[in-house]
Design a binder for this molecule. Structure first.
Ligand SMILES: CC(C)(COP(=O)(O)OP(=O)(O)OC[C@H]1O[C@@H](n2cnc3c(N)ncnc32)[C@H](O)[C@@H]1OP(=O)(O)O)[C@@H](O)C(=O)NCCC(=O)NCCS
Length: 407
């Protein structure tokens, strides 16, 4: 093995697509690969391994922003395209690429990095902590009456694919201020989202798009697909909600009611954040089956910049000791001061209230994970006796963070 590491170029892309498909176990899809190559791939943020000139490992980072508690949008590196050929696995190729990548992210001044993991145990060693839960829902549409009918003021209307991105973008942007963990979307990502299959724009999209109007501006939208199933002569269609973003409770209830009432549909499926109110809208809570799974993994790349960008649940001041071998610039104690006029975070020599690894800080950061649970599992040390309870009061968000497969 004679490894060389370098950035990818346009000429490498056929090999990049082939490697990606090989490690993911997918059939080649040249049109899809060309879409990502031409519209979204950031060659300057790639790092790849070649063995005697053959591409054997690759990685790439998208330049994104993520919404954090309080509504700010913070620069966030979206790690993607990670793969190593089965012939070259477990020889440190991914580790070498992650090393280059995190140093590059740090030099660029992005305080956060995030990824979706193919397997949960891979990325904790690099400081990525599971920050989002998600739920897979299956709803019996025939048994989905609401406790109270939605506000009749709203109107649902279909939106053509050509208008969908422009119509929905302002809703997405406003929602980012309300919900932590949402990720910025370029035009290329909008196209991909609205095609649902990783984008093959020359084919007709497979989704339907609807907007909720109640006044001058739209208050929400949904995108869904329908699987046209029949059981002899009985309709058993499955409607899958791919996106549903609402800025008001009436839009939320109205959009769900619409999806549940589509004729011939007997089952509605969706992947959603854990604290959504749909289960409380339903008169029969057992009409909805819920399976919990992990979602996004987050890495705090720069502790002071990341922690001072959030709003906290309570005013407090505490010393957090971070253990971070992979990013030694983070390894140390930090005074987090959440005051009435904003938050500040800086290195300190004071004694710590709590100690945790960077991975656990990544889990806590967006407010979707309970510090007490991490403490009970031996992942956070409490030196002051009330440190974990104070962490929960500061970090725990009243809104679950969520970004369902944002890239
Ligand atoms: C996952 C994958 C990228 C790992 O690449 P690799 O070059 O074999 O990884 P490395 O040899 O650099 O391993 C680095 C560390 O991660 C660990 N690791 C690697 N793959 C792992 C896995 N699937 N589960 C748990 N740990 C794993 C290694 O044991 C090693 O640990 P250590 O350095 O602490 O001893 C590669 O196996 C692959 O492409 N798999 C299929 C596609 C995939 O899952 N891609 C990731 C998409 S998110």
């Amino acid at each position: 093995m004679n490894l060389e590491y370098r950035k990818l170029t346009l000429d490498d892309f056929d090999a990049v697509a082939a490697l990606d498909e090989m490690v993911e176990g997918e059939l080649p899809n040249p049109e899809r690969a060309a879409y990502w190559r031409d519209n979204a791939f950031e060659f300057d943020r790639s790092m790849a391994a070649f063995d005697e000139g053959q591409l054997v490992g690759q990685s790439m980072t998208y330049s994104l922003g993520i919404s954090v508690p309080g509504g700010s949008i913070v620069p966030c590196a979206g790690i993607s395209w990670i793969g190593v050929l089965p012939t070259h696995r477990r020889r440190g190729i991914m580790r070498a690429m992650m090393r280059w990548q995190i140093d590059d992210i740090h030099e660029r001044g992005e305080p956060l990095a995030a990824l979706y993991a193919s397997q949960a145990p891979i990325y904790g060693r690099f400081g990525y902590g599971m920050s989002h839960f998600q739920e897979k829902w299956e709803i019996d549409a025939d048994n989905s009456a609401f406790e109270h009918e939605p506000d009749p003021a709203g109107q649902i209307r279909f939106v053509e694919y050509e208008e969908a991105a422009a119509t929905f973008k302002p809703v997405h942007e406003q929602a980012m201020r309300l919900f932590p963990g949402m990720v910025t979307r370029s035009d290329a990502f909008w196209t991909a989202r609205l095609y649902d299959d990783g984008s093959v724009p020359s084919q007709p999209p497979k989704l339907f798009y609807v907007a909720y109007d109640a006044g001058a501006e739209i208050e929400g939208f949904a995108a869904y697909s329908i699987d046209n199933k029949w059981d002899d002569s009985l309709p058993r269609q499955v409607l899958t909600v791919k996106e549903l973003i609402a800025l008001s409770d009436r839009a939320y209830a109205g959009l769900w009611r619409f999806c549940l009432d589509v004729d011939l549909v007997s089952t509605v499926r969706a992947v959603r954040p854990p604290d959504e109110p749909l289960v409380w809208l339903l008169a029969d809570q057992r009409a909805m089956k819920r399976d919990v799974a992990d979602s996004m993994y987050l890495r705090v790349v720069d502790v002071p910049d990341a922690l001072s960008a959030c709003e906290y649940g309570t005013e407090d001041s505490m010393v957090i000791e971070v253990v971070d071998e992979f990013c030694p610039w983070n390894d140390g104690r930090f005074l987090l001061d959440a005051g009435p006029d904003g938050s500040a975070c800086s290195p300190t020599t004071e004694s710590p209230d709590v100690t945790m690894a960077a991975r656990e800080l990544g889990s806590l950061y967006l407010g979707g994970v309970n510090a007490r649970s991490l403490h009970r599992a031996g992942r956070i040390e409490d030196h002051s006796g009330d440190g974990v309870a104070r962490l929960d009061r500061m970090f725990r968000s009243t809104v679950s963070p969520w970004a369902h497969m944002a890239w």
